[in-house]
Design a protein around this ligand. Structure first.
Ligand SMILES: [Zn+2]
Length: 179
């Protein structure tokens, strides 16, 4: 061991020989101390023999950013238009008689009565037209019912339109040929 004296606090320092001729820190005050070099020693090199200070604790990483709040839920779509609910007085009859779908109801009766000869053609054509309108109305607003009545009007009206229309055309042709 080499005896060295701190130039600052004059503490007696025992320095291992391997540090001879080198500089280090005083254990007492931390001042720089040059250890006396024995003859033929290596050139001075700054090496401290004081216990290495503990490295300061690594700074804590910042907490992860808080996840952003989810976007607000999209507002519900505005309610689509719905026809008013059937009146309570209508009750069970709504399913049988489509009072809310007059086109289908009229088409139904026109189609039924178009079976009557002579006036049948006059009833069958509007039955077909009103039946189509009633069916479209029933498809647009299923609550109003009347699809079955409209279909009856379309079928009966279309059928008798063809029958009476064909008969009318045949009658016109016969009249033309007879004349
Ligand atoms: Zn010292």
């Amino acid at each position: 061991m080499i005896e060295a004296e701190c130039p600052n606090c004059h503490a007696k320092l025992s320095v291992p020989e391997q540090y001879a001729g080198k500089s280090g820190k005083c254990k007492s005050c931390g001042a720089s101390v040059t250890v006396p070099a024995p003859p033929g020693a290596a050139p001075a090199e700054s090496v401290g023999w004081a216990p290495a200070e503990e490295a300061p604790a690594a700074p804590q990483p910042p907490p992860p950013p808080v996840a952003p709040a989810p976007p607000p839920v999209q507002p519900a779509a505005p309610p689509v238009y719905a026809p008013p609910a059937p009146a309570p007085s209508g009750g069970a009859m709504d399913g049988l008689i489509p009072t809310k779908n007059p086109s289908a109801l009229i088409a139904y009766y026109l189609g039924v009565f178009s079976i009557i000869p002579c006036i049948g053609l006059v009833l069958a054509i509007p039955a077909l037209i009103l039946g189509i309108k009633g069916l479209q109305f029933a498809n647009q607003f299923p609550q109003v019912k009347g699809k079955a009545h409209a279909l009856v009007g379309i079928i009966m009206g279309g059928l008798f339109t063809l029958i009476y229309g064909g008969c009318l055309i045949l009658w016109i042709i016969a009249m033309a040929q007879g004349g």
